[in-house]
Design a protein around this ligand. Structure first.
Ligand code: SIN
Length: 503
């Protein structure tokens, strides 16, 4: 229903004109802004009002082949090949500064296509751009090793060399940060890249590429293709011998498919998938801090964050007091079009996501959970708005408990003892992030170690930073992004044995 019609196409063209040169309607392959080979296009929709805000190429596998060939050629091309680590660092820094200069414009584009409140979009530009700054610095520190040899007249030397062509598949929830987190690391390592952003948010990605072009990356080093038919392209990335590695952020289901399909060529794959984050509040917690953190952790980006708190476990002694404070804070959140001042909660990204939220809340209601705030669509605001919701007594059989909601719904569960809550928190195949609040130092170390997660926030609800390793355990992923570990996904470790040395 939200998709194309000619009226919206016309409005899109007006919008395109009213925006700047950063709003692109072409993809970018081998240093050129290009259409899809088949000339097909698709509309980009503002989820706040259903308006078309851009039109981009609807590419297919042939275009992906073009992009990968360009990336492969650039990899072996003497220009990029001859770049020193310092040269790559300088280019990344240039890109970083261009994004910084254009932060307002990028934020507007992001809010328009993702629905994210403008204050959050600005925050994401700063957060996401920090990955480029960080990896610009890391580019110069991709050190090899000389390891003492056990055998006379031999040396063991270890080099880290670029992995090759990296295919980067990114989601709609962080249209900028998920791109810079991958591209920064890949380019710092000396790889060439083909990006495939989510169909809901290609405009931010194209704006970034426009600035990468201005920064001066050689032709073919940075490529981007846009499409709303992702599956065959993902499959091609998995099977093509010209693609050396894939990095994907998105759903666990798609991650598993990519993992399976990449097995034929034993391809390097890095996956940042869904979570089911516990947020535990123990009786010793500073409740004000815990409530503040709960609001930002749960409702950031309308709850559409892989590391959003998904299950709130409250110890019975503080259960009622926490809920009282939490309810007051959540009820005060301002919902609306993210481009309007003061709005804190925007729409859900699309109908699929909206329907999922409605279905999960109904499922919990049917299983005797109690909706104490919200629990309804806000049709008066638009088709994709859902009220910030708190549900108590959520049973372990509810979808809200077993699955990641990815929406503005806080599910609350009461617990009595520490072993009981650790067992419940770990009782999932997901293991991305989790949070707990406690002022008991013994408990802090114990619980932090016992939680089966890649990332743990202790008395903290916002944990992301370019300097920290982002990633999950179990079915939440493979590999780490950001931090110095982020580079490891994009390098091959080569051992060189020097023999018969005359000393
Ligand atoms: C995500 O949702 O996966 C990204 C969240 C973040 O980087 O903070």
């Amino acid at each position: 229903m939200l998709r194309s019609n000619s009226f919206r196409q016309k409005r899109a063209l007006c919008q395109l004109r009213s925006f700047s040169s950063l709003l692109k309607s072409h993809a970018y392959i081998n240093g050129k802004w290009v259409e899809a080979g088949n000339k097909d296009m698709f509309n980009v929709i503002n989820p706040a009002n259903g308006n078309v805000v851009g039109i981009v190429p609807n590419m297919d596998v042939n275009d992906a082949v073009r992009a990968v060939s360009a990336a492969k050629k650039a990899l072996n091309n003497s220009e990029w090949h001859s770049f020193t680590a310092k040269d790559r660092s300088d280019l990344l820094k240039k890109w970083f500064y261009l994004i910084k200069q254009n932060a307002d414009e990028i934020s507007s584009i992001m809010t328009t296509e993702s629905g994210k409140p403008i204050s959050e979009a600005r925050g994401e530009v700063t957060y996401g751009n920090a990955f480029l700054e960080w990896f610009a610095e890391q580019a110069r520190r991709i050190y090899g090793e000389v390891i003492p040899s056990p055998i006379k007249n031999r040396e063991i030397v270890v080099l880290k060399q670029p992995l090759g062509v990296a295919a980067l598949i990114t989601p709609w929830n962080f249209p900028l940060a998920m791109i810079t987190r991958k591209t920064g690391a890949a380019l710092a390592a000396g790889c060439t890249i083909v990006m495939k952003p989510a169909e809901d948010t290609p405009l931010t990605a194209l704006a970034l590429v426009k600035l990468a072009e201005e920064a001066g990356f050689p032709d073919g080093v940075v490529n981007i293709i846009t499409t709303n038919k992702a599956a065959p392209i993902g499959d091609y990335f998995c099977k093509s011998l010209d693609v050396n590695g894939i990095s994907f952020t998105g759903s666990t289901e798609v991650g598993k498919l990519l993992f399976r399909n990449s097995s034929g060529g034993i391809k390097r794959i890095s996956l940042e998938l869904g979570g089911n984050a516990p947020f535990i509040v123990f009786k010793s917690a500073n409740l004000e801090n815990a409530v503040e953190a709960a609001v930002s952790c749960k409702f950031r980006n309308c709850g559409q964050t892989c590391i959003s708190a998904n299950r709130f476990f409250l110890q019975h002694e503080i259960h009622d007091e926490f809920i009282e404070l939490f309810k007051q804070r959540v009820a005060a959140l301002k919902v609306g079009d993210g481009s309007k001042p003061g709005v804190q909660i925007g729409p859900l990204i699309n109908t699929t996501q909206f329907n999922k939220v409605c279905t999960y809340v109904e499922d919990a209601r049917l299983k005797c959970a109690k909706v104490i705030l919200g629990g309804k669509a806000l049709n008066e605001l638009g088709e994709l708005f859902y009220s910030p919701t708190i549900i108590t007594n959520v049973p372990s059989s509810a979808k809200l408990y077993t699955e990641e909601i990815f929406g503005p719904v806080a599910s609350i569960i009461k617990f009595k003892t520490e072993p009981e809550v650790i067992k419940a928190a770990n009782d999932t195949r997901r293991g991305l992030a989790g949070y707990f609040f406690s002022e008991d130092i013994q408990q802090v170390f114990r619980v932090a170690k016992l939680l089966e997660l890649g990332m743990v926030g202790v008395n903290e609800g916002l944990i992301s930073a370019a300097e920290a390793p982002f990633g999950g355990v179990k079915e939440s992923g493979i590999g780490r992004e950001g931090c110095h570990h982020g580079i490891d996904e994009y390098v091959e470790v080569k051992y060189i044995c020097f023999g018969n040395l005359k000393y």
